[in-house]
Design a protein around this ligand. Structure first.
Ligand code: CP
Length: 308
């Protein structure tokens, strides 16, 4: 089934076969970038970012520029007519006349989905509040596929803010669809993965989940350690954040008993949850992961635009 004209709001919008098609082209885009230099000639990407971003916004923009397209948009909604009170629906009804594809990040859960109801062009969810981040999941899956060979029979630890972390919400939902996956959820009690997500993946895909507050419990068991930031911006008061911000700090010493081929992943940005000394360990792949985000977003946009 063609992906042309589709929106990507939730990772469940696509089948695993469609993910595979996106990954295959993304891998070729990395190997043979010259083949794709004019693929999006004449196409325009709009990046509407109502929340800060480095990776998502700039990797999308880099992706479009690497395919010969153009970009426009905002990274501060207060510089647009949002500041004057314009609704999302009106913004989208205007922007779909100015661009061929739109990526939106918004602090409110559901904003990209709402936008997709009014848009004549594909809307990509670039992260909505504490809900979903489907293109980070595409990035994460491509990273696992590239570095592990395939996505199956893996023990994955998700660590940090599992309550508000949209990257881990999208990731566990998606990884659960692959064969033989099991999960360790490592978080302070206050930041546990929401029950509705745990129940969903258990009921739907029969995956095994173990919860713990101690990262040491999982260190020698897992194939992937996916660290996340304790997100100051999601807390309702500073005091609660300060109590939890140092819950997990990965150091060289802490990973000494981990598997030799374990992947240490992180969607970034990090604050202090991975010590900088870990960066030169061959298992630390978070900067590679960020780079794969460009190729997977090139491939995604090419498919949604129907140019490939
Ligand atoms: N991983 C991620 O979404 O990073 P940014 O917030 O910098 O886009």
């Amino acid at each position: 089934m063609t992906l042309k004209g589709k929106h990507l709001i939730d990772p469940n919008d696509f089948t695993l076969e469609q993910f595979d098609t996106i990954f295959t082209i993304a891998q070729d885009m990395e190997k043979n970038p010259e083949k794709y230099l004019k693929l999006c000639d004449g196409k325009i990407l709009a990046t509407l970012f109502y929340e800060p971003s480095t990776r998502t916004k700039f990797s999308f923009e880099s992706a479009m520029l690497r395919m010969g397209g153009s970009i426009l948009g905002f990274s501060d909604a207060n510089t647009s007519s949002v500041k004057k009170g314009e609704s999302i629906s009106d913004t989208i009804k205007v922007m779909d006349g100015y661009a061929d594809i739109i990526v939106m990040r918004h602090p409110r859960e559901g904003a990209p989905k709402l936008s997709s109801k009014f848009s004549a062009v594909p809307i990509i969810n670039g992260g909505d509040g504490g809900h979903q981040h489907p293109t980070q999941t595409l990035t994460d899956l491509l990273t696992i596929k590239n570095l592990k060979g395939n996505i199956k029979n893996l023990k994955v630890a998700l660590c940090g803010d599992l309550k508000y972390g949209r990257t881990v919400h999208s990731l566990i939902k998606t990884l659960s669809r692959y064969e033989g996956m099991s999960f360790y959820l490592v978080s302070p009690q206050q930041l546990q993965m929401p029950s509705y997500i745990k129940e969903y993946v258990k009921n739907e895909y029969n995956v095994n989940i173990v919860e713990t507050e101690n990262i040491e419990d999982v260190m020698d068991k897992v194939d992937i350690l996916y660290m996340t930031r304790i997100q100051r911006e999601r807390f309702f008061n500073e005091e609660d954040y300060l109590k939890l911000k140092n819950s997990y700090i990965l150091t060289k010493d802490k990973i000494k008993n981990a598997k030799e081929d374990m992947l240490i992943m992180h969607p970034l940005p990090r604050v202090n949850e991975i010590d900088y000394s870990v960066d030169d360990d061959q298992r630390a792949v978070y900067f590679k992961q960020a780079k794969y985000g460009v190729y997977v977003r090139m491939s995604l946009m090419a498919h949604l635009l129907g140019v490939i």
